[in-house]
Design a protein around this ligand. Structure first.
Ligand SMILES: [Zn+2]
Ligand SMILES: [Zn+2]
Length: 246
C-alpha cells in the first residue's frame, strides 16, 4: 500500500516540517516540535492498558473485564493517549484539515508506545480503517491512511491498494452505543477478492485515529480475519477512557 508518489511526497514534506522548528500544538512554545518533549511527557506518558482493547487499567490487570468475557476480533491493541484535552483539537486538525504534520507528530507518539515498534516490524501489512467512497469524496482524504503511511515507513512488497474497503456508507456513529454501532457496521468492510491471497496467513496492523467502543475496529478486523489474516493488532492514537467495549 501507499506506493503512490504523491503520498510519499506528502510524507516527505511532513518529515521536513518535523525537522524545522515550529510551534508546539499544545503549549504553543516556540521554537519547538509539533508536540514538544515536555508536553509529550506530561500528556502522553505510558500507562497500563488492556492488552486487547487499550482501555486504561488500574491494579495490575492486563485485560479488562469486557475482553475477558468476550475477546475482540483483534488480538492486541495499543493507544498513545486518552481521548480528551489536550489531544482533541490536534485530532480534529488531523481529521478535517489533512494536516500531514499533525499526522506525523501523532503517529510518532504512537510509534513510541512500548510494544508498537515490534508489532509494526512483525506485520506484513499496515492497513488504515477505510472511509466509505462517499465520505472520502466529501473529506478528500482518510486521516487513518495518513497515520498508517507514517507508521508503515516504506511501501510493502506485493502492493495492493485498498486491501480493506468500506462497502457502504454508514450513518454517523457518534451518540450510538456499542451494540447499535456493531449493527450499523455489519458487512460494512470487506477485502476485495483480488487482495485476499495477500492476507492469507499474514499478520496485520489495523490503524485508526480514535477508538471509542471499538465497534469499527471490530468490524474491520472481522473482515480481515474472514480473508485469512492470522494475527491482527489495532493501533489508535487516542482511546476514550470510560467506554469499555461492552
Ligand atoms: Zn509543548
Ligand atoms: Zn479490554
Amino acid at each position: 500500500m501507499f506506493s503512490r508518489p504523491g503520498a510519499w511526497l506528502l510524507q516527505g514534506l511532513a518529515q521536513l516540517q518535523q525537522a524545522l522548528p515550529s510551534q508546539c500544538a499544545i503549549c504553543a512554545r516556540w521554537p519547538g516540535k509539533r508536540i514538544c518533549g515536555d508536553c509529550a511527557a506530561r500528556w502522553a506518558a505510558a500507562q497500563p492498558r488492556c492488552r486487547r482493547c487499550a482501555l486504561p487499567l488500574a491494579g495490575g490487570a492486563t485485560e479488562c473485564g469486557a475482553c475477558l468475557r468476550a475477546p475482540p476480533a483483534f488480538d492486541a491493541a495499543w493507544a498513545a493517549v486518552d481521548y480528551g484535552y489536550p489531544w482533541s483539537s490536534l485530532l480534529a486538525q488531523l481529521k478535517f484539515q489533512q494536516d500531514p504534520g499533525a499526522a506525523h507528530a501523532l503517529a510518532q507518539l504512537l510509534a513510541q508506545v512500548p510494544g508498537v515498534a515490534a508489532a509494526l516490524a512483525a506485520a506484513r501489512w499496515i492497513v488504515p480503517v477505510p472511509l466509505s467512497a462517499q465520505r472520502l469524496r466529501e473529506r478528500g482524504f482518510n486521516q487513518s491512511a495518513l497515520l498508517a503511511r507514517v507508521l508503515a515507513r516504506q511501501p510493502r512488497a506485493g502492493d495492493c491498494a485498498n486491501l480493506l474497503v468500506r462497502t457502504r456508507h454508514t450513518a454517523a456513529q457518534s451518540g450510538l452505543q456499542r451494540e447499535p454501532r456493531l449493527r450499523n457496521l455489519r458487512g460494512a468492510f470487506e477485502v476485495p477478492a483480488r487482495c485476499a491471497a495477500l492476507l492469507a496467513g499474514q499478520r496485520v496492523v489495523l490503524v485508526d485515529d480514535i477508538m471509542t467502543t471499538g465497534a469499527t475496529l471490530e468490524a474491520a478486523a472481522q473482515a480481515l480475519r474472514r480473508a485469512g489474516a492470522i494475527h491482527i493488532c489495532a493501533m489508535v492514537v487516542a482511546r476514550t477512557q470510560h467506554l469499555p467495549r461492552q
